[in-house]
Design a protein around this ligand. Structure first.
Ligand code: 9MR
Length: 628
């Protein structure tokens, strides 16, 4: 007792004299000259922080404000120190007394441009069916992998000829594995198309140094096209879309060209078909200016996929028992349908589609943050930013949904020592994707209202991902003082180069990880539940659906700063298509005869299968716990 009291008073003396070094967490990449600039500092409340140029000139003094808890970082409070007053480009360093605090600070007009470009270049590095040449890939040049010119049909596609094949080449590898999955490709592709559509002036000129850089098409659209060309191969003759193209089991840790096991189209279902329809529709508008023939193919493919999904509403994807690659099961099918109707009405003005759209709920209660499972907000983004196309009432509802969701995020910044709009509940598989998607909602709220509080909250998320977090980690490979070094990404693990492929966003802290990161799970400081080791797919894999929203947020912020323009809410529509007829007699959603509960054997285990009235199946163990 006596002893600990003495220790305590020693601590108080040391702390108040500043002998205990304070720790700062900051964006390690850079700050745009005109943007807000903040760092989170632990152990500095009330102390004076001095900012100096690299030649030692003092430019600003700030007293560290009251330290506040940010729950995901645990119970160590931090002061959010604001140095936005520095608006001259240059290199700076913060100090407490003579002690340097945090990392060197870079301020520049284009401070985020290289990182934004790298996050897009990642998609080039993920290209299947092509060699990456040194001219574009530098030391990460590699041989071509997965030609995918002779893809077989798994029985789950409904095809019976075991020897038949099709050409499913191109596309982006999903993640650290070599699979290509429609539902995850869909949201990623939409997100990048929006980035382009909303910031054309900036992206029309931005070079990514890819093989198509010299053609007339903006590089970002050339990159997206690589994936669209694959997606379109995934449509069956009857219009239905295969769920994924993968091997039966994940490959070992080898370079793409060494992963030569047979690839299959697996499953055919409503999730993939609706998703495909939405993306192809948006593509049919954006590519019209560059390749009208391709644009027409896209709009036809979209309608065929929709008609198939309308006729087969119970065709929900189920992972076959002989397949172990990512399942991407359980996406909310009606939300994807809503998103498709929004996109299709936008380019056609078809009244029948509008009627179908109006039957679906457009209200805040139904809105969930976008993810591969939930595409509701994607529809809202398009609705709210197309007031010339949609009725005022729909546009207003979508606008309220976006801004009220963004308001909740902004509210979470109250008394938040890190200034990061993330909450404890956000730290599950792909938390950095959650962060970036929140940023995308915030950017839309900014686009719609021009209120800078939303833009600044989105920037806070970028700062978090680039280092303003309790692990002092830049989650963007190749960028920052302390970046992720060992992501779960087969090429980075197998290429013999120490640094991973640059421009990749790691999935990030996951308080429910059950892999090798388990020992790092910190339920009291969820934002620390992370392991920078390639063995941890649950905290340190990379994926296209996490990179895309990050590219969206950092790219939009840099585009706005570079062009001095905020996006005009009135999105121009390039195309006007006449749709083919929608089948009058559609399958009606009535309770399928097998609705209810029954015991089944799956993977040698007895489980409870529950079929809801839409025919959607879910599984539970005998203890009642849901199996994912
Ligand atoms: O991002 C997916 C996450 O939401 C799921 O919880 C997880 C487990 O099913 O799968 C993640 O997606 C992985 C996919 O299944 C296969 N490719 C790698 C993806 C990222 O880890």
């Amino acid at each position: 007792m006596e002893y600990s009291k003495k220790m305590m008073s020693a601590f108080v003396v040391l702390a108040s004299t500043g002998l205990f070094a304070a720790t700062a967490y900051q964006n390690q990449v850079g700050f745009i000259t005109t943007s807000p600039k903040q760092m989170a500092v632990v152990g500095a409340e009330g102390q004076e922080i001095v900012f100096k140029t690299s030649s030692g000139n003092e430019v600003l003094k700030v007293t560290a404000p009251k330290a506040e808890i940010w729950t995901p970082a645990g119970d160590t409070a931090a002061s959010l120190v604001d140095f936005s007053e520095i608006t001259t480009a240059g290199k700076y360093q913060a100090y407490i007394g003579d002690e340097p605090l945090g990392h060197p600070i870079t301020i520049a007009d284009n401070a985020l441009e290289d990182a934004a470009k790298a996050s897009l270049k990642f998609f080039y590095f993920q290209r299947a069916s092509t060699a990456l040449e040194e001219e574009y890939a530098g030391e990460y040049a590699r041989a071509a992998g997965h030609p995918d010119t002779a893809v077989k049909y798994h029985a789950s596609t409904g095809k019976t000829d075991a020897n038949a094949t099709f050409n499913g080449s191109k596309g982006w590898y999903d993640a650290g594995d070599y699979g290509k999955y429609i539902v995850n490709s869909g949201i990623s592709t939409y997100t990048l198309l929006q980035l382009y559509q909303q910031n054309k002036e900036y992206f029309d000129k931005l070079s990514l140094n890819i093989p198509e850089s010299k053609n007339e098409v903006p590089d970002i659209l050339d990159e997206i096209r690589w994936n669209l060309d694959w997606m379109i191969t995934m449509q069956d003759d009857d219009g239905g879309v295969f769920h994924k193209l993968t091997t039966k089991q994940f490959a070992g840790t080898v370079m793409p060209e060494k992963a030569t096991a047979q690839r299959y189209a697996i499953g055919k279902g409503v999730e993939a078909s609706w998703n495909f329809a939405a993306v192809m529709t948006l593509a049919s508008d954006i590519y019209k200016a560059y390749d009208a023939e391709f644009a027409s193919k896209c709009i036809v493919a979209a309608q065929k996929a929709m008609n198939w999904a309308l006729a087969n509403p119970y065709a929900v994807y189920e992972q076959p028992s002989d397949v172990g690659t990512g399942s991407y099961t359980g996406a909310t099918d009606w939300a994807t349908k809503l998103w498709t109707y929004v996109e299709l009405y936008r380019v056609s003005g078809n009244k029948e589609i509008l009627e179908l759209l109006k039957k679906l709920p457009i209200n805040r209660k139904k809105a969930r943050l976008q993810s591969w499972q939930q595409n509701y907000m994607l529809g809202m983004f398009t609705l709210a930013t197309n007031p010339d196309v949609f009725e005022q009432e729909l546009v207003d509802s979508a606008t309220v949904i976006i801004t009220s969701m963004a308001d909740d995020f902004v509210k979470s910044l109250d008394n938040n020592g890190y200034g990061v709009a993330l909450e404890k509940e956000d730290f599950y598989w792909g938390s950095n994707g959650v962060a970036a998607n929140k940023g995308m909602v915030l950017m839309h709220a900014y686009i719609l209202t021009k209120d800078e509080k939303y833009l600044n909250a989105a920037l806070g998320i970028v700062d978090y991902m680039l280092g303003r977090n309790p692990l002092d980690k830049s989650y963007l490979t190749g960028y920052g003082v302390n970046p992720v070094m060992n992501p779960h990404h087969r090429p980075s693990q197998a290429d013999g180069i120490e640094a991973p492929v640059p421009g990749m966003i790691s999935g990030g802290p996951n308080a429910s990880a059950t892999d090798c990161a388990k020992k790092y799970i910190d339920s009291k400081a969820v934002a620390k539940s992370y392991y920078d080791n390639s063995c941890s797919y649950a905290t340190n894999e990379v994926a296209i659906n996490w990179n895309a929203p990050f590219a969206y947020v950092i790219g939009s912020i840099q585009a706005i700063a570079s062009t001095g323009k905020t996006y005009d809410v009135h999105t121009p529509v390039a195309a006007s298509y006449e749709l083919m007829s929608i089948p009058a007699k559609r399958a009606v959603r009535v309770a399928p005869t097998n609705a209810g509960k029954r015991l089944v054997i799956r993977g040698q285990k007895v489980q409870v299968e529950y079929v809801d009235r839409n025919g959607v199946k879910s599984y539970f163990n005998l203890g009642g716990k849901r199996i994912r």
